[in-house]
Design a protein. Structure first.
Length: 172
């Protein structure tokens, strides 16, 4: 029994020092790993930030191009059929959208959702306007949408404001 006590007295301090050393080295290694990750993240930001900003620029251009005021000036009706004109406008919006699909990997899910929502809402607004019985021609449809008598909020403006706030958060 005395021998076990002597061994415990001799080995005990070594075990305590070993446990303390383990915790110090473990915290040191975790700190070093965190520092390396931070430096790697900082270095990658130099390359990623310009690409992300370019994605926001492209999506801003998309939202400006589908803004009803810009879209209706750029895409003129080929016939007086209002349904054909709405189909042409919707196809133009979809084509613009598909051209910018890859930008979604550079922005947040919420930002991409705002862009998709703007596209879908605008197409829905166009179709609702075309469904009105008092509008009979494509020219009347254009005038109705530009005048916005229903007071509907411009979906591309809403999405653009959201993207602007996201870009501002990149620099805060």
């Amino acid at each position: 029994m005395d021998q076990i006590l002597e061994i415990a007295i001799a080995v005990g301090p070594a075990i305590v020092v070993g446990v303390i050393a383990y915790y110090f080295f473990d915290s040191f290694l975790k700190n070093e790993e965190g520092r390396r990750r931070f430096l790697l993240h900082k270095e990658s930001q130099k390359d990623v930030l310009p690409v992300r900003l370019q994605a926001y620029e492209r999506l801003t251009l998309f939202l400006e191009r589908i803004n009803p005021n810009q879209l209706l000036i750029r895409v003129k009706p080929v016939t007086e059929d209002k349904k054909a004109y709405v189909d042409l406008l919707a196809a133009t919006i979809e084509q613009e959208f598909e051209h910018n699909l890859t930008q979604q990997i550079y922005i947040s899910s919420e930002g991409w959702g705002a862009v998709k929502s703007a596209k879908n809402t605008l197409i829905q607004q166009l179709r609702k306007a075309a469904a009105k019985s008092e509008i009979t021609t494509a020219q009347q449809l254009r005038e109705h949408i530009l005048q916005n008598p229903d007071g509907q909020e411009n979906p591309s403006r809403v999405a653009l404001e959201y993207l602007k706030t996201e870009v501002q958060e990149l620099f805060n």
